[in-house]
Design a protein around this ligand. Structure first.
Ligand SMILES: *Cc1c(COP(=O)(O)O)cnc(C)c1O
Length: 330
């Protein structure tokens, strides 16, 4: 199978594989579907999450290039930054994080973990998407280190390989069973969506893939086009002929509510439902909103009753603690 092209890339082992694939019978029958969950919250890298898979390929490249310092960027509660800081620690590298906002009085959630993991934090105000990564790269380079930039969200072709390989992992776990009608997950910087799309083009594990958009629409609202282009360039990186257009990408933007990281009633319902029905923790920014999308799509009939649905859990639970004020009943 064409997955063998994955072996052409340098990779470092950062997680524990495969992550569990589990059926959620009680919650599934309550919602009226055959529900399964892929537990990428349990990748094992400093409380886990989807960035672990991307970083295995991205930092594989950094190691191959002999770099000693990792730079990346994100929101103050970025799961990507926390996993990058942990990966750098594992590999004996320095880590610089350019975070949106200003230094809080007291670090909580992912930010607390960034500090414990030894990352050096730069507060960037409005700029939470890595606008100044190049400047820091030049400064570190001039001061004698050999830095490597991990893009915002780890979403480039190498990061996408992490999710191409995740589909291969799922295919092995699913061997001999009926394929999923539909896969739902949280989509934001696009690398997970691109990798899953390309992986399924190679192996046909499911009928449809729906990313729940969790961030506000980009200028022009063309995230689907961006994801399609990243899927195509990832195919090129693997030496494959397939190309993708925005029509190949399903992105559901009905659950944005008041914007990134602002909890809606539906987000809270989803988090509480998975917690008290199945003992599984979602996060307030990504997976909670994605599961709210799954519930909403069942209720509206976009996902039909009785269908085989896979929820791909992308992690993020450490951020729960930073959102205590919006989540607590009291
Ligand atoms: C980053 C992240 C996502 C989104 O993944 P992208 O590849 O950036 O689209 C989803 N869920 C969690 C918990 C994340 O940290």
């Amino acid at each position: 199978m064409t997955f063998s092209r994955l072996n052409d890339f340098s990779k470092v082992k950062l997680g524990h594989w495969p992550t569990p694939l589990v059926e959620l019978q009680r919650l599934g029958s309550k919602l009226g579907v055959q529900l399964s969950i892929k537990r990428d919250d349990l990748t094992g890298l400093a409380l886990g999450g989807n960035k672990t898979r991307k970083l295995e390929y991205i930092l594989g490249d950094a190691v191959a290039q002999g770099c000693d310092t990792i730079i990346t960027a994100g929101a103050a509660q970025s799961n990507h930054c926390r996993q990058t800081a942990a990966a750098a620690a594992m590999l004996g590298m320095k880590c610089h994080l350019m975070l949106g906002g200003v230094a809080p009085q007291c670090a909580q959630g992912n930010l607390l973990l960034d500090e414990l993991l030894g990352a050096q934090i730069h507060w960037m105000g409005e700029q939470r998407k890595g606008e100044e990564l190049d400047r820091l790269y030049r400064e570190l380079n001039l001061s004698g280190s050999n830095p490597y930039i991990v893009p915002y969200g780890g979403s480039n072709e190498l990061g996408a390989m992490g999710y191409v390989s995740a589909v291969q992992e799922l295919a092995l776990q699913q061997a001999g069973r009926a394929k999923f009608d539909c896969v739902i997950f949280a989509s934001s910087s696009g690398g997970t969506h691109a990798g899953l799309t390309l992986g399924n083009a190679l192996s046909n594990q499911w009928g449809s893939l729906v990313g729940i958009n969790i961030d506000k629409l980009e200028a022009g609202g063309n995230l689907a086009k961006y994801i399609a282009d990243l899927t195509s360039s990832s195919a090129i990186a693997m030496g494959l002929n397939q190309r993708f257009s925005a029509d190949d990408i399903r992105l559901n933007s009905d659950y944005l509510g008041d914007g990134y990281g602002i909890l809606s009633h539906a987000d809270k319902e989803a988090i509480a439902m998975l917690a008290n029905q199945e003992g599984i923790l979602l996060d307030p920014v990504y997976s909670g909103r994605a599961f709210a999308g799954l519930i909403g799509m069942i209720r509206s009939g976009q996902i039909s009753r009785g269908s085989r649905v896979l929820f791909w859990h992308t992690g993020g639970a450490p951020a729960l603690f930073a959102y205590a004020a919006s989540l607590s009943e009291r």
